[in-house]
Design a protein around this ligand. Structure first.
Ligand SMILES: [Zn+2]
Ligand SMILES: [Zn+2]
Length: 342
């Protein structure tokens, strides 16, 4: 069925401590019951990988022992465990990196992103996907069509963050939305908003070149984030910047009864204009990752409604992972991709 010969060791990008990333040999995983073994093809570098690299922690999640980074991954199924059909071998797949317990009330409700026992790639102490082989439950490996690139398959993960944000903001045909921050997530939120039929998509950022990108990805107007946004009355404001100043600047742009979704991660606390929120009955919420988004993400990307390859600004092999995590600040990077197979 498969001519795949399991290797006993593989190479992995392992974070040992702050700014201490080592490419080392590790034991190769093997697929247990219900699991598939995936040869990793592309891994997108995320802000959270950079944050763990720079600070060794994100909030309560602290890197206490060496951990493989990376959670935006795609690859090829090379072996399957007991109970999984061998027909899946040879399938190119996008990987969903968070595995709920499947037992708790949140998992039962389909809100598994809130599962207290979630195991998530590259969230301590769980190893991530910046390595040659990973194992996931078979239902977390979603087949992608031939026309979709490995990079695009990997980037269904950040696309999922955007889908979840736009769903939470209840965007639909004719919606108006203000999006703060035109990094990878903001640009994806912009594209998904357009795909959902939003007709007024205003993007703010401090960087003019990113605003140009936002226009090319569907923004109908762009704003300089350093200047107050005046005269707007949008249905939803989605912050993807994590910058307190951007959140405060965006709130007055929300119409009465509108929604604010805080996606960007910044400081732990934020001062909000309470009387404005009360008078306008504005609904403010956060988002935590996503749930049930991969089929939508693959459909949007494979039908050309969202351009994922267009976000990729560079590739490196596994040995050069560090260069992708600490990019040249003058290079205007949006999304770096590591190709562990090269
Ligand atoms: Zn990510
Ligand atoms: Zn659970």
């Amino acid at each position: 069925v498969s001519d795949f010969k399991p290797t006993t060791t593989m190479r992995a990008a392992v974070l040992h401590g702050i700014r201490d990333l080592v490419i080392e040999e590790r034991r190769s995983p093997s697929a247990g019951p219900g699991e598939v073994l995936v040869k990793v093809s592309s891994v997108g570098i995320c802000g959270s990988d950079v944050h763990y690299f720079e600070h060794g922690r994100i909030g309560d999640h602290v890197v206490e022992s060496p951990m493989v980074l990376g959670h935006e991954a795609a690859g090829l199924i090379v072996a399957v465990g007991k109970g999984v059909t061998t027909e899946r071998i040879g399938s190119r797949v996008a990987l969903e990196p968070g595995i709920g317990c499947r037992q708790c009330s949140y998992c039962h409700q389909g809100r598994y992103n809130l599962c207290p026992d979630m195991r998530f790639f590259a969230t301590p102490p769980i190893d991530g996907a910046l390595c040659e082989y990973v194992v996931v439950p078979a239902d977390h490996a979603y087949a992608v069509p031939d026309g979709m690139s490995d990079d695009a398959a990997a980037l269904v993960e950040p696309l999922s963050v955007a889908i979840w944000a736009d769903r939470t903001a209840r965007l639909g045909a004719g919606s108006s939305v203000l999006i703060a921050g035109a990094g990878a997530i903001g640009l994806l939120v912009t594209q998904v908003a357009a795909a959902l039929g939003a007709t007024e998509i205003i993007v703010s950022d401090v960087d003019a070149s990113r605003l140009e990108l936002a226009r090319s990805f569907g923004a109908t107007a762009v704003l300089d984030a350093t200047k107050p946004a005046e005269g707007l009355a949008v249905d939803a404001f989605i912050d993807c910047s994590g910058a307190p100043a951007a959140v405060r600047a965006g709130l007055p742009a929300v119409r009465p009864g509108g929604t604010v979704v805080l996606v960007g991660m910044g400081g732990d606390e934020l001062t909000l204009p309470l009387s404005l929120l009360q008078r306008r009955e504005i609904n403010v919420t956060g988002t935590f990752r996503y749930a049930n988004t991969w089929p939508t993400g693959i459909a949007l990307a494979s039908h050309g409604l969202v351009d994922l390859d267009g976000l990729v600004t560079g590739h490196v092999d596994l040995d050069h992972t560090r260069d992708a995590i600490v990019p040249d600040p003058s290079a205007g990077q949006v999304k770096m991709v590591v190709r562990p197979g090269e």
